[in-house]
Ligand binder design. Sequence first.
Ligand code: PEP
Ligand code: MN
Length: 262
Amino acid sequence: ANKMFHTSPSVIDLGNCQIGGKDLIVMAGPCAIESKEQLFASADSVKAGGATVLRGGAYKPRTSPYSFQGLEEQGLLYMLEAKKRTGLSIVCEVTSIHAVNAAVNYVDILQVGARNMQNFELLKAVGKTNLPVLLKRGLCATIDEWLNAAEYIMSEGNQNVILCERGIRTYETATRNTLDISAIPVIKSKSHLPIIVDPSHASGKKPYIPALSKAAIAAGADGLMIEVHPNPKEALSDGPQSLNPEEFKNLMNELKAIAEAC
Ligand code: PEP
Ligand code: MN
Protein backbone atom coordinates (compact mmCIF):
# COMPACT_ATOMS: atom_id res chain seq x y z
CA ALA A 1 0.00 0.00 0.00
CA ASN A 2 3.07 2.23 0.44
CA LYS A 3 3.75 4.85 -2.23
CA MET A 4 7.36 3.69 -2.35
CA PHE A 5 6.26 0.63 -4.31
CA HIS A 6 3.82 2.35 -6.65
CA THR A 7 4.55 5.99 -7.35
CA SER A 8 1.42 6.83 -9.37
CA PRO A 9 -2.04 6.68 -7.75
CA SER A 10 -3.89 3.37 -8.19
CA VAL A 11 -6.95 3.57 -10.39
CA ILE A 12 -9.59 0.86 -10.00
CA ASP A 13 -11.77 0.19 -13.01
CA LEU A 14 -15.34 -0.88 -12.30
CA GLY A 15 -16.51 -0.95 -15.90
CA ASN A 16 -18.99 1.94 -15.59
CA CYS A 17 -16.55 4.20 -13.69
CA GLN A 18 -13.04 4.41 -12.27
CA ILE A 19 -12.10 5.03 -8.64
CA GLY A 20 -8.93 7.00 -8.04
CA GLY A 21 -9.04 8.74 -11.42
CA LYS A 22 -10.14 12.27 -12.12
CA ASP A 23 -13.87 11.76 -11.42
CA LEU A 24 -15.44 11.91 -8.01
CA ILE A 25 -17.20 8.57 -7.45
CA VAL A 26 -20.39 8.48 -5.41
CA MET A 27 -21.60 5.19 -3.95
CA ALA A 28 -25.11 5.55 -2.57
CA GLY A 29 -28.05 3.43 -1.47
CA PRO A 30 -29.72 2.07 1.61
CA CYS A 31 -27.94 0.89 4.73
CA ALA A 32 -29.74 -2.45 4.41
CA ILE A 33 -31.52 -4.14 1.53
CA GLU A 34 -35.02 -4.56 2.96
CA SER A 35 -37.09 -5.70 -0.03
CA LYS A 36 -36.94 -5.70 -3.81
CA GLU A 37 -39.25 -2.68 -3.98
CA GLN A 38 -37.20 -0.67 -1.46
CA LEU A 39 -33.94 -1.52 -3.25
CA PHE A 40 -35.26 -0.72 -6.73
CA ALA A 41 -36.66 2.63 -5.52
CA SER A 42 -33.28 3.40 -3.92
CA ALA A 43 -31.34 2.33 -7.03
CA ASP A 44 -33.51 4.41 -9.35
CA SER A 45 -33.14 7.50 -7.17
CA VAL A 46 -29.37 7.28 -6.68
CA LYS A 47 -28.90 6.68 -10.40
CA ALA A 48 -31.06 9.74 -11.17
CA GLY A 49 -28.96 11.78 -8.72
CA GLY A 50 -25.70 10.84 -10.49
CA ALA A 51 -24.25 8.03 -8.34
CA THR A 52 -22.34 5.34 -10.23
CA VAL A 53 -22.23 2.64 -7.53
CA LEU A 54 -25.20 1.25 -5.59
CA ARG A 55 -24.55 0.31 -1.97
CA GLY A 56 -26.78 -1.98 0.08
CA GLY A 57 -26.17 -4.31 3.00
CA ALA A 58 -27.22 -7.95 2.73
CA TYR A 59 -25.27 -9.08 5.81
CA LYS A 60 -25.68 -6.47 8.53
CA PRO A 61 -23.22 -6.27 11.45
CA ARG A 62 -25.75 -4.88 13.97
CA THR A 63 -24.87 -3.80 17.49
CA SER A 64 -27.84 -5.78 18.86
CA PRO A 65 -28.55 -9.36 17.79
CA TYR A 66 -32.28 -8.49 17.95
CA SER A 67 -31.98 -5.84 15.20
CA PHE A 68 -32.64 -6.64 11.51
CA GLN A 69 -29.71 -8.78 10.33
CA GLY A 70 -30.17 -8.49 6.54
CA LEU A 71 -31.66 -10.59 3.74
CA GLU A 72 -28.34 -12.38 3.09
CA GLU A 73 -28.16 -14.13 -0.30
CA GLN A 74 -31.67 -13.05 -1.29
CA GLY A 75 -30.43 -9.48 -0.85
CA LEU A 76 -27.44 -10.13 -3.13
CA LEU A 77 -29.85 -11.40 -5.78
CA TYR A 78 -31.90 -8.18 -5.54
CA MET A 79 -28.67 -6.17 -5.86
CA LEU A 80 -27.79 -8.00 -9.07
CA GLU A 81 -31.28 -7.30 -10.42
CA ALA A 82 -30.89 -3.63 -9.46
CA LYS A 83 -27.57 -3.57 -11.33
CA LYS A 84 -29.20 -5.01 -14.46
CA ARG A 85 -32.01 -2.47 -14.15
CA THR A 86 -29.81 0.63 -13.72
CA GLY A 87 -26.29 -0.16 -14.97
CA LEU A 88 -24.87 0.83 -11.57
CA SER A 89 -21.96 -1.16 -10.13
CA ILE A 90 -22.82 -2.78 -6.80
CA VAL A 91 -21.04 -2.98 -3.44
CA CYS A 92 -22.06 -5.18 -0.48
CA GLU A 93 -20.47 -5.78 2.89
CA VAL A 94 -19.23 -9.28 3.69
CA THR A 95 -19.07 -10.23 7.35
CA SER A 96 -17.77 -13.80 7.09
CA ILE A 97 -15.91 -16.13 4.74
CA HIS A 98 -19.27 -17.75 3.98
CA ALA A 99 -20.57 -14.33 2.86
CA VAL A 100 -17.46 -13.79 0.69
CA ASN A 101 -18.08 -17.11 -1.09
CA ALA A 102 -21.68 -16.07 -1.80
CA ALA A 103 -21.01 -12.42 -2.69
CA VAL A 104 -18.29 -13.10 -5.29
CA ASN A 105 -21.05 -14.45 -7.53
CA TYR A 106 -23.00 -11.17 -7.46
CA VAL A 107 -21.13 -7.99 -6.58
CA ASP A 108 -18.55 -5.68 -8.19
CA ILE A 109 -16.95 -4.57 -4.90
CA LEU A 110 -16.64 -6.46 -1.61
CA GLN A 111 -16.93 -4.23 1.45
CA VAL A 112 -15.13 -5.01 4.70
CA GLY A 113 -16.84 -3.04 7.45
CA ALA A 114 -15.32 -1.06 10.30
CA ARG A 115 -16.01 -3.84 12.80
CA ASN A 116 -14.07 -6.33 10.71
CA MET A 117 -11.07 -4.21 9.75
CA GLN A 118 -8.78 -6.44 11.77
CA ASN A 119 -10.57 -9.72 11.05
CA PHE A 120 -7.43 -11.10 9.44
CA GLU A 121 -9.00 -14.32 8.15
CA LEU A 122 -11.68 -12.26 6.40
CA LEU A 123 -9.04 -9.90 4.97
CA LYS A 124 -7.08 -12.87 3.60
CA ALA A 125 -10.28 -14.35 2.12
CA VAL A 126 -11.17 -11.15 0.22
CA GLY A 127 -7.50 -10.90 -0.77
CA LYS A 128 -7.83 -14.23 -2.55
CA THR A 129 -10.68 -12.97 -4.75
CA ASN A 130 -10.17 -10.82 -7.83
CA LEU A 131 -12.81 -8.26 -6.87
CA PRO A 132 -12.02 -4.73 -5.65
CA VAL A 133 -12.29 -4.45 -1.87
CA LEU A 134 -13.65 -1.41 -0.04
CA LEU A 135 -11.88 -1.43 3.32
CA LYS A 136 -13.50 0.72 5.97
CA ARG A 137 -11.39 2.16 8.76
CA GLY A 138 -11.96 0.44 12.12
CA LEU A 139 -13.77 2.39 14.83
CA CYS A 140 -10.60 2.79 16.89
CA ALA A 141 -7.94 2.09 14.26
CA THR A 142 -4.90 4.24 13.64
CA ILE A 143 -4.03 5.01 10.03
CA ASP A 144 -1.06 2.62 10.20
CA GLU A 145 -3.28 -0.20 11.49
CA TRP A 146 -5.69 0.52 8.64
CA LEU A 147 -2.89 0.43 6.05
CA ASN A 148 -1.66 -2.84 7.56
CA ALA A 149 -5.17 -4.25 7.12
CA ALA A 150 -4.90 -3.23 3.45
CA GLU A 151 -1.57 -5.09 3.32
CA TYR A 152 -3.31 -8.27 4.49
CA ILE A 153 -5.56 -8.08 1.43
CA MET A 154 -2.79 -7.07 -0.99
CA SER A 155 -0.32 -9.67 0.24
CA GLU A 156 -2.77 -12.35 -0.95
CA GLY A 157 -2.48 -10.96 -4.48
CA ASN A 158 -5.43 -8.57 -4.66
CA GLN A 159 -4.10 -5.04 -5.26
CA ASN A 160 -7.50 -3.43 -5.78
CA VAL A 161 -8.14 -1.90 -2.39
CA ILE A 162 -10.21 1.23 -1.84
CA LEU A 163 -9.93 2.82 1.61
CA CYS A 164 -13.00 4.34 3.28
CA GLU A 165 -12.80 6.81 6.17
CA ARG A 166 -16.08 6.49 8.08
CA GLY A 167 -15.34 8.32 11.32
CA ILE A 168 -13.58 7.12 14.42
CA ARG A 169 -14.68 6.90 18.03
CA THR A 170 -13.67 9.92 20.12
CA TYR A 171 -14.95 11.55 23.31
CA GLU A 172 -17.33 13.71 21.24
CA THR A 173 -20.98 12.63 21.37
CA ALA A 174 -22.60 15.31 19.16
CA THR A 175 -22.01 13.04 16.18
CA ARG A 176 -22.11 9.23 16.00
CA ASN A 177 -18.37 9.17 15.20
CA THR A 178 -15.82 11.89 14.45
CA LEU A 179 -14.89 12.25 10.80
CA ASP A 180 -11.10 12.29 10.62
CA ILE A 181 -10.67 14.64 7.70
CA SER A 182 -6.89 14.53 8.16
CA ALA A 183 -6.95 10.88 7.17
CA ILE A 184 -7.37 12.01 3.55
CA PRO A 185 -4.11 13.99 3.18
CA VAL A 186 -2.27 11.53 5.43
CA ILE A 187 -3.33 8.56 3.25
CA LYS A 188 -2.52 10.53 0.10
CA SER A 189 0.98 11.20 1.43
CA LYS A 190 1.63 7.58 2.45
CA SER A 191 -0.25 5.45 -0.04
CA HIS A 192 -1.19 5.08 -3.70
CA LEU A 193 -4.60 3.62 -2.80
CA PRO A 194 -7.78 5.60 -3.46
CA ILE A 195 -9.70 6.90 -0.45
CA ILE A 196 -13.39 7.67 -0.16
CA VAL A 197 -15.36 9.14 2.75
CA ASP A 198 -18.62 7.95 4.33
CA PRO A 199 -20.24 11.03 5.92
CA SER A 200 -23.35 9.01 6.86
CA HIS A 201 -21.69 6.67 9.35
CA ALA A 202 -19.26 9.41 10.40
CA SER A 203 -22.02 11.81 11.49
CA GLY A 204 -24.99 9.54 12.18
CA LYS A 205 -27.19 12.58 11.49
CA LYS A 206 -28.34 13.64 8.08
CA PRO A 207 -28.18 17.44 8.55
CA TYR A 208 -24.39 17.17 8.76
CA ILE A 209 -23.90 15.08 5.62
CA PRO A 210 -23.65 17.96 3.10
CA ALA A 211 -20.92 19.83 5.02
CA LEU A 212 -18.87 16.67 5.64
CA SER A 213 -19.21 15.62 1.99
CA LYS A 214 -17.96 18.99 0.79
CA ALA A 215 -15.07 18.97 3.25
CA ALA A 216 -14.06 15.48 2.08
CA ILE A 217 -13.99 16.53 -1.57
CA ALA A 218 -12.08 19.72 -0.80
CA ALA A 219 -9.53 17.66 1.17
CA GLY A 220 -8.91 15.41 -1.85
CA ALA A 221 -11.13 12.35 -1.37
CA ASP A 222 -11.68 10.21 -4.48
CA GLY A 223 -15.32 9.63 -3.68
CA LEU A 224 -18.13 9.37 -1.16
CA MET A 225 -20.39 6.68 0.23
CA ILE A 226 -23.79 8.05 1.23
CA GLU A 227 -26.84 6.28 2.67
CA VAL A 228 -30.06 6.97 0.75
CA HIS A 229 -33.47 5.45 1.52
CA PRO A 230 -36.79 6.06 -0.26
CA ASN A 231 -38.43 6.65 3.13
CA PRO A 232 -35.79 7.11 5.87
CA LYS A 233 -38.39 7.23 8.67
CA GLU A 234 -39.36 3.64 7.86
CA ALA A 235 -35.78 2.35 7.42
CA LEU A 236 -34.91 -0.87 9.25
CA SER A 237 -31.42 0.48 9.94
CA ASP A 238 -29.67 3.87 10.02
CA GLY A 239 -32.77 5.94 9.11
CA PRO A 240 -31.57 9.08 10.97
CA GLN A 241 -28.44 9.25 8.78
CA SER A 242 -30.14 8.40 5.48
CA LEU A 243 -31.02 11.04 2.89
CA ASN A 244 -34.27 10.79 0.96
CA PRO A 245 -34.09 10.89 -2.88
CA GLU A 246 -34.80 14.63 -3.04
CA GLU A 247 -32.13 15.46 -0.46
CA PHE A 248 -29.65 13.26 -2.31
CA LYS A 249 -30.36 14.97 -5.62
CA ASN A 250 -29.91 18.42 -4.07
CA LEU A 251 -26.65 17.38 -2.43
CA MET A 252 -25.28 15.95 -5.69
CA ASN A 253 -26.01 19.25 -7.43
CA GLU A 254 -24.16 21.17 -4.71
CA LEU A 255 -21.19 18.79 -4.87
CA LYS A 256 -20.70 19.22 -8.61
CA ALA A 257 -19.40 22.77 -8.19
CA ILE A 258 -16.88 21.71 -5.54
CA ALA A 259 -15.71 18.67 -7.48
CA GLU A 260 -15.10 20.86 -10.56
CA ALA A 261 -13.14 23.41 -8.52
CA CYS A 262 -10.89 20.76 -6.91
C1 PEP B 1 -22.26 0.09 6.39
O1 PEP B 1 -21.63 0.65 5.49
O2 PEP B 1 -23.41 -0.32 6.26
C2 PEP B 1 -21.63 -0.08 7.72
C3 PEP B 1 -22.08 -0.96 8.61
O3 PEP B 1 -20.59 0.75 7.92
P1 PEP B 1 -19.40 0.71 8.99
O4 PEP B 1 -18.75 -0.63 8.82
O5 PEP B 1 -18.57 1.87 8.57
O6 PEP B 1 -20.04 0.90 10.34
MN1 MN C 1 -25.51 1.89 7.81
